[in-house]
Structures are given as C-alpha cells and as structure tokens.
Design a protein around this ligand. Structure first.
Ligand SMILES: Cc1ncc(COP(=O)(O)O)c(C=O)c1O
Length: 427
C-alpha cells in the first residue's frame, strides 16, 4: 500500500484534519531505543518523542507489561500490593510534601484532578496559567491552554505572559527586576480574580514552561511566585507531564527551576507508552478529594499500570538516564549555543537537560520569529534522518526532546545535520 492510499483511508477512518507531521508524512512501523524506522526500512533518530523515555521497545518494560497482563489486570477496587508500592515509589521520589497519589490515564485527566483538589482545598475557583501553555484537551483543561496575547479578563481563568529573558516583558531591567515584573503580572491576575468574586485557587504552570519554549526563566521567578501564591492563600500546581521523569537532568523539573510545588502532575513518560498519569500531593488534600468526588477511572491504578510504571522507574535508574539527560543534553545545548554566533537565523538556544529549544528568527537584530523557516528546518532534518518538531508562542522554536537513551554520538550526528541544513538555506 502506498503512503498516499493509507492517507486517504486515514482521512475517512479518522476524519480529515487529524494532524500529521511533515509535508510528506512518515509511516513509522518500528521503534528501537532512540530510533524509529519507516515502512521503507529507513532509520531516523527520534528527537521528538518524550513518552518512550527509556527507549522504544524497552525489553524490561515490555516484559513487565506482558507478564502482568498474563497474570492479572483489574480495576482499582481490589487490594493489590503492586499499586500501593508504585504510589510509594513515586512519592518517595518527590519532596516531603508529596505523600499520596491519584492515578489516571492521561495528563489532561491528572491536571483536571489537580484543579479539583486545589479548588476543594482553597476558598476560590480561580486558576492562573500562562498565555502560551498547553495543559490538555478537555473543555476545562483546554480553557487553560493557548490563551494567546488577549487572554480572558473574566471567568475562572486568568493568564500571564510566561517568564522569559529572550523577549522580556519589559526591556532594560536587571534579572531581579525582570523576575519581579513577571511576579507582578501574576499578582495582577490574582487580584482580578478576587475582584470579580471568583477567588484564587491555584497557579498552574509547567515547571520548565515546556510548551512556551522552553524559555530561559529570569532567576528567582519560581521561588518568588510560589511565595506570592502561598501568601494569597493559593496552591502551586506543577505540570510535570513534560518536565518530569529525568527530562531536565534532575528527576523533576521543579528541582531544575528551584521551587516546591504543592501538587505535582505527571503523565507521558510514566508508562513508556502505556497510558499512566498521576496527581500527587499531601495526604489530607487527596483525602478531601476522595471524600468529595468519589473519583474512579476504570483503567487507572491497575496492576498493569503498577508493573509497567515500576519497570520504567527501574530502567531510568539502571541506565542512569537522569545523569545522561544532564550530560548529553548539557553538551548539546552548549554546542547549539555556539551556533547562535555562527548563524543569523539562530536567535537563541537554551534548555534543561534533554529538552532543548532553538529559536529561529528572521534576523538576530529584530528577533522576529520565523515559523516558516522552523518548519522547513524540521522537514530538512527529517530528510537527513532526524525527527524534531517546533514549539513556543510563535511556533518558531525547534524542539529537541528525545527519549532519554539518546547518546553523545546521536547529538554529534544531529549537530552535523543541523550545520548542513544551515549551509543549504544559505546561512
Ligand atoms: C505540559 C503538558 N501538560 C499536559 C498535557 C496533556 O497530556 P495528555 O496528552 O496525556 O492528556 C500535555 C500534552 O502534550 C503537556 O504538554
């Protein structure tokens, strides 16, 4: 079957508009470690997929899944030691204020649970998030996503401009002043919610603002904003769906950006492909949520989730992937930073561990985002065997976010391909 005929069948079966990457879509048929293979047998270095964190087709995870499925898989209403141990293992990886877990099947669901927990624990309903974030796809969580430059000024949601140093909210400020300026914009959101009678419940942020860039965050912002939220009687929800599980070179994004959230949401990499998510916080908050909501998800907190979730954590530890993210990601970021001086369209390069963003601009002076060139670059890199994508407020940040088994050699090969692309586009 040709790619074109499969695409036609897909249009009918899934509805046209179901997104596909690339001008000529890829038909991927196999994954192994940090590699993906298409139907013609061509190998690509996967620099996009953050779900298979311990590598595509990881043997230990596959074995754990098969064994558990062959033994038992039920819903959560029977006693099962495995799921208790998984929750204990997860909370053990967090700071002391994280004690109990509500398991789910998607990041969106876990964010929704976090918002409900926060609303029960505080006197308000108002949620503050950034103007360029994505937290999920339901009506509630979607209403906190991609709010843009004119976010709502009424209702239960307010948005502030995400903190960044590349295109700061105000120029000419010192690092400290800039951090304060962003904290002030959060304070204004809280004030507006209170004035409108919504009250304030929580600040919901990705710990590294992954979908926003990730940006270089003005130093001190995270700690200062956490202090503000607590002073205002609210909770800080850290969305670790992208930032967690070693991605940043630390177990948690909030360790990399230095703050202590009250509620932590995890998802994507938890099951290396098996849907698992978690909302974790203090026991008393989870108790209050369970008492009020009678929450249940048929496939969550299951023996299969537990077995696979444990195997993923085991593999991260066995392969020392947190250090790998720090070392390989750190070197890759430094190398890409060198390219800022070399190429006029590379405006900035920054990152946390193996989450790296390269800002593509029309020219360095204007910093005008170049989303078209970013797309072209992504297609050219694909043709050279490297799969990346884009993110950021203007869709002009090349997003590099490989499985954590990504190696120094993979990084070197990518850098060579990146330089080739720059030469081809006449840089
Ligand atoms: C930061 C962040 N939070 C939450 C979600 C939602 O996760 P899911 O797609 O599993 O619902 C995403 C998905 O991309 C995300 O990037």
């Amino acid at each position: 079957m040709t790619t074109e005929s499969l695409q036609r069948r897909r249009d009918l079966a899934l509805g046209s508009g179901a997104e596909l990457f690339y001008d000529e879509p890829l038909e991927i048929v196999q994954g192994e470690g940090a590699y993906l293979f298409d139907s013609k047998g061509r190998r690509y270095v996967d620099m996009y997929n953050n779900v298979p964190v311990v590598g595509h087709g990881n043997e230990a995870v596959v074995e754990a899944m098969a064994k558990q499925q062959a033994t038992l898989n039920t819903h959560s209403r029977y006693l099962h030691e495995g799921i208790v141990a998984f929750a204990e293992r997860l909370t053990g990886l967090h700071h002391d204020g994280i004690e109990s877990v509500v398991f789910g099947c998607s990041g969106t669901e876990a964010i929704e649970v976090a918002v409900q927990i926060a609303r029960l624990a505080t006197s308000g309903r108002g949620i503050v998030c950034t103007d360029s974030t994505y937290h999920g796809n339901t009506e509630l969580v979607g209403s906190m996503s991609y709010l843009g430059e004119n976010p709502p000024q009424s209702g239960e949601i307010r948005a502030f401009p995400f903190p960044e140093r590349y295109r700061p909210i105000e120029s000419g400020l010192s690092k400290d002043e800039l951090a304060d300026r962003y904290v002030d914009s959060v304070a204004a959101c809280i004030e507006s919610l209170k004035k409108d009678g919504e009250g304030f419940s929580a600040l919901l942020i990705c710990s590294i603002f992954a979908n926003e860039g990730p940006p270089e965050i003005p130093a001190g912002f995270m700690a200062k904003v956490t202090e503000l939220v607590h002073r205002e009687g609210g909770l800080v929800i850290a969305d670790e769906v992208q930032a967690g599980y070693g991605r940043t070179g630390r177990w948690w994004g909030y360790e990399a950006t230095d703050f202590l959230p009250d509620i932590v949401v995890t998802g994507k990499p938890m099951g290396n492909g098996l849907p698992i998510s978690a909302t974790a916080t203090r026991k008393e908050l989870v108790d209050a949520f369970r008492a009020e909501k009678d929450y249940f998800n048929t496939c969550a907190a299951s023996p299969s989730q537990a077995a696979v979730g444990m195997a993923v954590i085991d593999e991260i530890e066995r392969l020392d992937l947190v250090s790998n993210a720090e070392n390989v990601g750190g070197r890759l970021t430094r190398e890409l930073k060198d390219r800022v001086d070399r190429y006029d369209v590379v405006g900035d390069a920054r990152g946390f561990g193996l989450f790296v963003g390269v800002e593509i601009v029309k020219d360095k002076g204007s910093k005008e985002p170049d989303a078209l060139l970013t797309l072209e670059l992504s297609d050219r890199l694909k043709d050279k065997g490297f799969l990346v994508s884009y993110s950021g407020r203007y869709n002009n940040v090349v997003k590099v976010r490989p499985p954590l088994v990504f190696t120094d050699q993979n990084a070197d090969d990518f850098l060579a391909a990146f330089d080739e692309c720059m030469n081809e586009i006449g840089e």
